[in-house]
Write a protein that binds this ligand. Sequence first.
Ligand code: C5P
Length: 226
Amino acid sequence: MTRTNAPIITIDGPSGSGKGTVSRAVAHTLGWALLDSGALYRLVALAGRKAGVDLGDGQGLAALATGLDIRFGANPAGGEQIWLDGQDVSNAIRTEEAGNDASRVAVLLPVREALLERQRRFVAAPGLVADGRDMGTVVFPQAQLKIFLIAEPGERALRRYKQLKEKGLPASLPRLSEDIAERDRRDASRAVSPLRASADAVVLDSTGMTIDAVVARIMQLAKDRL
Ligand code: C5P
């Protein structure tokens, strides 16, 4: 199977909808590769901060994004590990501040264009699960299965809170609720690649569902479609 015809499942949706966890589990179950596209935006923002590039400077950040040395891997415990220019930034990119920075640089067209080809290079046999905001609409419009995962804002804030606490990172629930609302607004209202479900996506509301139930539902859809 060539890179271009390997099957793709896209999982898009707003912050805290459980996309990350669900995508990882689906990729693991199928034995497929995983693209965490949000991590790329977080890495560009972090690299921008480190290099002293203004987070509104699209051209400057795009130039930086093109040359970034990014490596995805796993630590011995099976958790995610991400290196930027040889430095372990796994925790640094997961803070709420890094998420907000990412959503700021994600509105810039030059940054999105700079990351497009890098994202498409993740396609590999036997298949790819791509997690993000515009995977089904822009990056992989040809995907065989597109999921748009949603959940009520209150539940998303609570999930995020638990996730951060588990990682030993600082978190405040009221602050997270505000951040999620602000990020939803920015992601949905931006001119380039706004957060929206592709017309051919299956919208899945995970409010009140366990991760296992969401994964099982997607696996069923994958079995029917692929
Ligand atoms: O998914 P995650 O929370 O890591 O994404 C961080 C930010 O990156 C999002 O709030 C969004 O603004 C941006 N993003 C994007 N397009 C993607 C993935 C993430 O604009 N495909």
